[in-house]
Design a protein around this ligand. Structure first.
Ligand code: PMT
Length: 402
């Protein structure tokens, strides 16, 4: 097995939940991938699994409290906090989540987490009522906002006899998240990536607007992938029901003009701009301040042109890599080529939105990437997250060094 985690020190916190036994498999898998695993067990965790099991599996002494005889660390909580490349808590009980949210440090695990500067991943597992309780949700939100990564629990049959959300994800999934964290190699660290997503709208009156079918999924997946690769990511989002992606500064806008000013603000120091948004090309000329009352007969709405944001960026561009999208229903490559040239893009992602599995709303897309030198890459049906990774790979290839 490839040693993806060789040289990485992972502090594995184990708290007192029925799923504590699954942390043994997590420790074993991490070690097989080459990681040094240092286990910290809370007092309650020791009621579920013995220290000996973790000592044997991890090959390292297990920390079970603040006041035991120090084995080989100097000031142990600080040493582990410093040593850690990642702190992973499996399972994270509601009690631990609450203590972390309050900034408490009353045992070895909470003290280590408070003292560490390493990324902290929590895998909560608990009874579903405890999990959905607003206080637990608030605590998790607080921790997320402070930069901790929450690995969402799965749904299914829980040890307390009911079905619901709160099951620990499978150890293999938890370990994949850790692996992905390190293998992302932070290839975009130090880069600023500006992404647009969702649709902009053209208000008609306070209750009506003209809009389009974009859900935001394509752009949000790109923003998430760029954040995973360590970039500073700004996501300018038109209308979308999706939650703000983790680790991304999300700016919500509605109209094309609002999107334009948000994009222009972050453009000068961006390294790359990826415009997946479906931007309204027209706005209503006379927007009514009051709801327009219906009357018999036809209603004609006069429209005027919105600015073409990407065209403007293409003219202003200096060092930035510019990526556009083309959503077409016919003549896909011909229209995409025109946009690539007119908007001065490095490449364009062309999707025929009439094809099943492509374009708006779904989780998948089918795309062709066209480059300035005329090269075309065909990408068959795949998840939008996978296409996002391909797009960012190409951006990385084009980005100037440094
Ligand atoms: O959001 P989803 O539901 O996941 O759907 C994804 C998608 C279909 C919206 C996405 O894959 C896509 O194709 N986005 C671009 C849609 C579009 O508006 O294409 P366009 O051909 O009209 O515009 C070309 C490019 O210019 C786009 O990058 C667009 O963001 C940009 N543009 C367009 C008009 C305008 N006034 N300003 C712009 O910046």
């Amino acid at each position: 097995m490839a040693e993806y985690l060789a040289g990485k020190n992972i502090v594995l916190g184990v708290t007192g939940g029925i799923a504590a036994y699954k942390a043994v498999e997590v420790a074993s898998r991490l070690r097989k991938l080459g990681a040094e695993v240092h286990v910290i067990m809370t007092r309650a965790a020791q009621e579920f699994v013995t220290e000996l099991t973790f000592r044997e599996i991890s090959g390292n002494p297990v920390n079970t409290g603040m006041w035991e005889k120090v084995l080989h660390w100097n000031v142990e909580h600080i040493a582990l906090a410093r040593l850690a490349d990642l702190v992973l808590v499996v399972p994270a009980t509601a009690n631990l989540v609450a203590k972390l949210a309050a900034g408490m440090a009353d045992d070895m695990l909470t003290t280590t987490i408070l003292a560490t500067q390493a990324p902290v991943f929590l895998a909560p597992a608990m009874n579903s009522n405890m999990y959905t309780n607003p206080v637990t949700q608030e605590n998790l939100e607080k921790l997320k906002a402070r930069g901790m990564r929450i690995l969402p629990p799965a749904s299914g049959h829980l040890a307390c006899g009911i079905d619901g959300v709160g099951r620990l994800p499978e150890p293999v999934e938890i370990v994949s998240c850790v692996k992905a964290h390190f293998s992302a190699v932070c290839s975009l660290r130090g880069r600023k990536i500006l992404v647009t997503a969702g649709g902009t709208i053209a208000p008609i009156d306070p209750v009506r607007f003209l809009g389009n079918r974009s859900s935001g999924k394509m752009g949000y997946r790109i923003a998430e992938e760029a954040a995973k690769r360590g970039a500073e990511v700004v996501l300018v989002s038109g209308v979308s029901a999706l939650p703000d992606p983790e680790g991304v500064r999300t700016v919500r806008v509605e109209t094309t003009e609002e999107m334009r000013s948000a994009v222009l603000q972050d453009f000068p120091d961006a390294d790359a701009v990826i415009k997946a948004a479906a931007v309204a090309d027209y706005r209503v000329k006379h927007v009514s301040e009051q709801k327009i009352k219906k009357s018999d007969g036809e209603w004609t709405i006069e429209l005027e042109r919105n600015p073409d944001i990407l065209y403007e960026l293409g003219r202003m561009k200096k060092h930035q890599v510019l990526v556009g999208f083309a959503a077409e229903t016919q003549n896909l490559m011909e229209y995409a080529k025109k946009k690539l040239e007119k908007k001065n893009l490095d490449f364009i992602v062309a999707n025929d939105v009439t094809m099943p599995g492509a374009g708006f709303r779904g989780e998948t897309n089918i795309a062709r990437l066209m480059f300035r030198d005329g090269k075309v890459e065909e990408h068959p049906l795949m998840k939008k997250a996978e296409l996002a990774a391909i797009i960012l790979d190409r951006v990385e290839e084009i980005l100037p060094c440094g």
